[in-house]
Design a binder for this molecule. Structure first.
Ligand code: IMP
Length: 175
């Protein structure tokens, strides 16, 4: 598959993703039984994963979406992004963050810090993909779909320069 100037080859077929999404949902249903969690999906990349996962969740739950602002300022520690779109009162809530991919973990660091500052009761992450070799923050990801090599991927919500989100499978950049 070609997107702009790059070529991508298949990494995870649709059936494998669907089976994994099912497994993750079953685990969450079991772990959160009797609670009323608030799922917060991180846009844009997680929109397909979030939709598929939530269809398999049988808990009484709320669903919301947040985004990291494109506004950024350079500090000694790099780029700082701000979380926008939290409308719910997340104080004392059991929050489950839905993410497409954890790469360096910088995004999750920002999100986790913000949620903890706001006094959530608990917060866990479900991420379809994790690149363990790229992780620079120590982030505890309770629900991991697939651990993948440190190569750029697209599809199933993930983009390359805005393109390639609308596929059922996930593709990896050709070296
Ligand atoms: P992190 O902050 O480095 O963990 O990166 C997380 C965000 O970067 C994800 O939510 C994605 O939007 C984006 N990202 C990281 N790796 C990839 C990739 O391989 N393909 C597409 N987007 C990616």
């Amino acid at each position: 598959m070609k997107i702009k100037d790059k070529t991508f080859t298949p990494l995870l077929p649709a059936e494998e993703i669907a089976a994994k999404v099912n497994t993750l949902a079953r685990q969450i249903n079991k772990d959160y039984k009797g609670t009323k969690p608030l799922f917060i999906a991180i846009l844009n990349g997680s929109f397909i994963f979030a939709a598929d996962l939530l269809k398999e969740i049988d808990l009484e739950c709320e669903v919301s979406f947040v985004k990291l602002s494109s506004y950024s300022e350079m500090t000694s520690s790099g780029t700082v992004k701000e979380l926008i779109g939290i409308n719910e009162n997340i104080f004392n809530r059991d929050v489950i963050i839905i993410e497409d991919i954890v790469d360096t973990g910088n995004t999750m660091r920002v999100v986790l810090d913000e949620f903890r500052d706001r006094g959530v009761k608990s917060v866990e992450i479900v991420s379809l993909l994790v690149k363990p070799e790229a992780l620079v923050n120590s982030i505890d990801i309770k629900y991991v779909g697939f651990e993948i090599p440190n190569k750029f991927v697209v599809g199933y919500g993930l983009d390359y320069d805005g393109f390639g989100r609308n596929t059922k499978a996930i593709y990896q950049i050709k070296a």
